[in-house]
Design a protein around this ligand. Structure first.
Ligand SMILES: *[C@@H]1O[C@H](CO)[C@@H](O)[C@H](O)[C@H]1NC(C)=O
Ligand SMILES: *[C@@H]1O[C@H](CO)[C@@H](O)[C@H](O)[C@H]1NC(C)=O
Ligand SMILES: *[C@@H]1O[C@H](CO)[C@@H](O)[C@H](O)[C@H]1NC(C)=O
Ligand SMILES: *[C@@H]1O[C@H](CO)[C@@H](O)[C@H](O)[C@H]1NC(C)=O
Length: 333
């Protein structure tokens, strides 16, 4: 069984990759009509820049509404993604939207960014649900590590970490679904043997720089008289989780918090971190809390503050590291 199915999968994968190459080549060829090669070259000439990967349209709206971002109106389209050139605080940036699910779309976007534009690092700006009751909508989490919780091995009985029978009502017991064991992520990286890793680390020098932003003032109001009871904050040093699942379930949210000590759930960050680790590119993640993944439903109307504040934190981060050489030192290690 394993032999033939492996062959089929290999074939499908190569079709996907050939398709992707064809798409990008097509864009590059079209570009010689509208001198896109020249454009990429010009962007490279503007010095090393940050690659901003935005989670969604809401994050793009928040970026465009932030006064620090200057759009220079140059757009390069590759494989259906628009790479937009601009500046923040005098540093060159290129932003692109990760794309909707599954998270493989975010990985493709990040990989295109790395291959075609060689950014000095990736800054992810997005939204997440919180599974940690100490966090509130509008807060920004800068995780120190992210676990991918979508790589499952289904087991008989109760050997896995998530045992379905424990969630039977009215009383826990056995059931036919058995249990799930959460598998680590396989990491392929240049010059290294493949390894497996559960907690994907973010770039330590960048985390250090971000930890200086704790006193940054974040937005608390969505209109003059509609404000959160308490000012949102930036939280460093927490764990995040990522998967291809949009979670709105109280029992599963509590499981993630207890089992993994993760504070947030999102659907993009792990994919982008994996790309960055594979290519040895620095990466940091700014996630705004937009929902509670099935917990308390208060303050849900403030979810747009998640994007506004994640952008605000990322802009302050770029202002802090953009004009120093520290980010380049990171890229060299
Ligand atoms: C860049 O950010 C620094 C620090 O926040 C600030 O003092 C400076 O005025 C900003 N410069 C520009 C061009 O926005
Ligand atoms: C990869 O693994 C092989 C076999 O275990 C070992 O000989 C080699 O040194 C490893 N290479 C690296 C770069 O770690
Ligand atoms: C939940 O968030 C609070 C507030 O930031 C933090 O102190 C706590 O360590 C977090 N819990 C876990 C398990 O990380
Ligand atoms: C960054 O490095 C360049 C070249 O080494 C140097 O000329 C420049 O002064 C440095 N800038 C800062 C802000 O340290």
């Amino acid at each position: 069984m394993a032999g033939p199915s492996r062959k089929t999968w290999g074939f499908e994968l190569s079709v996907v990759i050939l398709g992707l190459l064809a798409l990008t080549q097509q864009s590059m060829q079209q570009s010689s009509k509208h001198p896109m090669h020249e454009l990429i070259q010009r962007i490279h000439n503007q010095g090393p820049f940050f690659g901003l990967v935005l989670g969604s349209d809401a994050d793009e709206r928040a970026l465009l509404a932030n006064n620090a971002f200057k759009n220079i109106g140059e757009i390069i389209e590759l494989a259906g993604r628009k790479f937009n050139a601009g500046t923040i605080n005098g540093s060159s940036v290129i932003y692109v939207k990760a794309g909707d699910g599954p998270s493989i779309n975010a990985a493709i976007t990040a990989q295109l960014l790395v291959i075609f534009f060689a950014p000095k690092g990736i800054i992810h700006i997005g939204r997440a649900g919180t599974v940690n009751d100490s966090l509130s909508i509008g807060d920004v989490v800068v995780p120190k590590e992210v676990g991918f919780l979508g790589n499952w091995k289904w087991l008989r009985g109760k050997r896995g970490q998530l045992v379905f029978g424990e969630y039977n009502t009215p009383a826990p017991g056995g059931n036919l679904l058995g249990s799930i064991s959460f598998q680590p992520t396989t990491l392929y990286a240049t010059g290294k043997n493949k390894t497996t890793i559960f907690w994907l680390p973010l770039t330590s020098d960048w985390l250090e720089a971000a930890s200086q932003l704790e006193n940054l003032e974040l937005e608390q109001c969505i209109s003059k008289d509609k404000c959160l009871p308490k000012a949102p904050v930036i939280l460093n040093g927490l764990r995040a989780s990522s998967s291809d699942i949009y979670i709105q379930n109280k029992a599963y949210r509590e499981f993630i918090y207890k089992q993994f000590k993760a504070s947030t759930v999102d659907t993009q960050s792990a994919a982008e971190i994996l790309v960055a680790l594979s290519s040895d590119v620095p990466i940091i993640v700014f996630t705004g809390i937009s929902n509670t993944a099935g917990g308390s439903s208060s303050h849900t109307s403030f979810s747009d503050l998640a994007s506004v504040n994640a952008v605000k934190a990322a802009v302050a981060f770029i202002a802090a590291v953009g004009n120093s050489n520290s980010s380049l030192e990171v890229a060299d290690n």
